[in-house]
Design a protein around this ligand. Structure first.
Ligand SMILES: NC(=O)c1ccc[n+]([C@@H]2O[C@H](COP(=O)([O-])OP(=O)(O)OC[C@H]3O[C@@H](n4cnc5c(N)ncnc54)[C@H](OP(=O)(O)O)[C@@H]3O)[C@@H](O)[C@H]2O)c1
Length: 250
């Protein structure tokens, strides 16, 4: 029996980690859909991957805009009728200047981060879930961060260290991690795996040029989780050390 073409959707794939995740999935012979809220940026990114021999196309998708999400799911339904992989990558990252200490965190900033990095991830996943249920091996990857790890934030090094606290971003990623765990439990009987990926501090527009990891390295945990076989983990949190994907503490 002929195997069906794998379809992967990566949100926020016009640049940074999302683009690299799409590239690496495309190099594994998948059809990749590059979600982008800016049509021109999405088309340009997809054209770049096509030039590399990848089966890529752009899809207009602003994850915080319900109408945009509905149109995107309609497009994927009409074109393919199923989805194998959803990488919830799009997100907003903190500018150090805009985050005060937790006791000073602005309610508006908290709302903004929760809106994009948590609520929108939940909404996008809910809307695409019927298509993932039509896959024979659905995989959902939530792009998280070690900054969302309560365990790491509680370590003495971080408690007493020089890093400024980042409550809005940290809380949004911690909430996303909870979504990962609870959704994984719900979808386990259906064979859909849900995991969180931590890329580490990566050289993107957000991570900056001096970050320790290249985009190729930062994309590794998400790509590994997107390609898990049937006996792979679900409801877990992974990062990378050297060449290896390893568990991250919650
Ligand atoms: N880089 C790091 O060091 C690092 C570390 C830990 C975790 N992460 C996580 O990895 C993910 C990607 O980070 P990155 O460094 O690649 O970030 P980035 O370079 O800032 O790119 C962010 C991407 O998300 C898109 N995006 C933001 N809001 C969106 C929305 N409402 N709808 C659709 N797309 C939206 C951006 O689109 P536009 O181009 O239109 O703005 C862009 O494509 C994020 O979830 C981030 O939290 C990154």
């Amino acid at each position: 029996m002929a195997t069906r073409q794998k379809i992967a959707l990566v949100t926020g794939a016009n640049r940074g980690l999302g683009l690299e995740i799409a590239r690496q999935l495309g190099k594994r012979q998948m059809t990749v859909l590059l979600g982008a809220r800016n049509a021109a940026a999405g088309e340009a990114a997809a054209a770049g991957l096509v030039a590399e021999g990848i089966d890529a196309s752009a899809i207009l998708l602003d994850i915080t805009d319900g109408a945009s999400v509905s149109t995107a799911v309609q497009t994927v339904t009409e074109k393919f009728g199923y989805l194998d992989i959803l990488v919830n990558n799009a997100g907003i990252l903190p500018k150090l200047t805009e985050e005060g200490s937790p006791s000073q965190a602005s309610p508006q900033l908290l709302l903004d981060y929760l809106q994009t990095n948590f609520l929108a991830q939940v909404s996008v996943t809910q809307v695409f879930l019927p298509l993932l249920k039509h896959s024979t091996a659905g995989r959902i990857v939530n792009m998280s961060s070690s900054i969302g790890s309560v365990t790491i934030a509680s370590e003495p090094l971080h408690q007493n260290g020089p890093k400024p606290p980042r409550l809005p971003y940290a809380a949004s990623k911690a909430a996303l991690n909870m979504f990962t765990v609870l959704l994984a439990k719900e979808l386990r009987p259906e064979g859909i795996k849900v995991n969180s990926a931590d890329p580490g501090l990566t050289q993107t527009d957000a991570g900056g040029p001096n970050a320790p990891y290249t985009v190729e390295q930062g994309a590794r945990p998400a790509v590994w989780l997107a390609c898990l076989d049937d006996d792979g983990p679900t409801g877990c949190f992974f990062t990378h050390v050297d060449e290896h994907v390893v568990n991250n503490p919650w």
